[in-house]
Design a protein around this ligand. Structure first.
Ligand SMILES: [Ca+2]
Ligand SMILES: [Ca+2]
Ligand SMILES: [Ca+2]
Length: 336
């Protein structure tokens, strides 16, 4: 009986701990990107330039270069290349999902007629290891509601390196194409630190590029809401995201009280003539309500279910000892 009660208490503690928000550092929380933990672009005309690849750079180094470009509101651009190319980053704290409000903002470099929409995914650090290896949820955007039959869910593209040539790809729907080179960018378009074959999976948005038959001018029309690099940065609302838009693999709504990691991937697969391939760019991100995020973490800390990453183990041990002591006292006084 005693042992069972204790086991239940400890298990419930781990359960609570597993879903608790956290600080990623002990410094004063900031509202901008703290760290980029993964950068996996698809081929594109700005790849190996934004950020710059140098001989010997590996995936870790490239992610670090992205951090240097984006953290603390630096505001340099990172390109994601064609469909599926992605970036994963986090703030220095978990971002609360405030009811009825958008929770974070992501900037790109879109302007009217030049939208290169990327889809946002969010994740909680469920296993509390500080690494983005937990379940991901997509934030559903306007196209899901407005043109559901024109999206391709579970779309998958494989790119094959082809040095200094157009880069061929095939998809899981029997389609194929090339990320074509152009005269404006003369560097290699395939991410040079990555394997010679890369496969990316996600939701494919309907093509948004159109060429004016008279002028030859290409325009990339914007979607209504819910995508990165889709509206000009001056449109704060149009670049803001609500954690309540999260859906699971079956497109069913998921309720998340906070998130730790954000992923953005390019959701278009098209060549727009001389404009080249459509590729999402990311310029930065911001927690839209840092006070609420911090208050929620502090509350969880007080309740003993949140931890600083670097003292995680110690706090967990302390919490286990605390639960043990409380249980013993309660048993002694026959409270339970
Ligand atoms: Ca919200
Ligand atoms: Ca994790
Ligand atoms: Ca762009």
């Amino acid at each position: 009986m005693n042992k069972t009660l204790l086991l239940v208490a400890v298990l419930s503690l781990f359960g609570a701990n597993a879903s608790a928000q956290q600080y990623f550092t002990k410094t004063t929380p900031g509202k901008y990107i703290y760290k980029v933990v993964d950068y996996s672009p698809a081929p594109g005309q700005f790849v190996n330039k934004l950020p710059m690849f140098e001989t010997g750079d590996d995936a870790t180094k490239m992610a670090q270069k992205c951090t240097e470009s984006l953290a603390n509101n630096k505001g340099d651009l990172v390109t994601l290349g064609a469909f599926g190319g992605s970036i994963i980053f986090h703030f220095d704290h978990s971002v609360a999902n405030v009811a009825g409000q958008k929770d974070f903002l992501i900037e790109g470099n879109a302007f009217e007629g030049n939208s290169e929409p990327g889809i946002v995914m969010v994740s909680k650090d469920v296993n509390r290891n500080g690494i983005a290896d937990d379940p991901w949820y997509e934030l559903s955007g306007s196209a899901d509601r407005e043109t559901p039959n024109k999206l391709v869910y579970g779309y998958e593209v494989t790119y094959t390196a082809s040095p200094m040539q157009d880069i061929p790809w095939t998809d899981n729907k029997g389609g194929s194409g090339k990320v074509e080179r152009n005269t404006y960018h003369s560097q290699e378009y395939y991410p040079l630190w990555m394997p010679a074959k890369i496969t990316y999976k996600g939701t494919l948005l309907p093509k948004n590029a159109k060429q004016d038959p008279d002028t030859g001018f290409w325009s990339l029309s914007g979607f209504n809401w819910g995508y990165v690099d889709n509206k000009a940065n001056s449109d704060k609302e149009g670049n803001s995201f609500d954690i309540d838009w999260a859906v699971d693999q079956n497109r069913k709504k998921v309720k998340l009280d906070f998130i730790d990691f954000i992923k953005v991937y390019c959701a278009e697969q098209q060549m727009a003539g001389w404009l080249g391939e459509t590729s999402t760019e990311v310029k930065g991100a911001e927690d839209l309500h840092i006070e609420e995020s911090v208050a929620a973490i502090d509350k969880a800390l007080k309740e003993g279910v949140a931890t600083f990453d670097d003292v995680d183990v110690n706090l967990s041990l302390m919490a286990i000892i605390w639960v043990w002591k409380v249980t013993m006292v309660k048993l002694k006084h026959r409270i339970i």
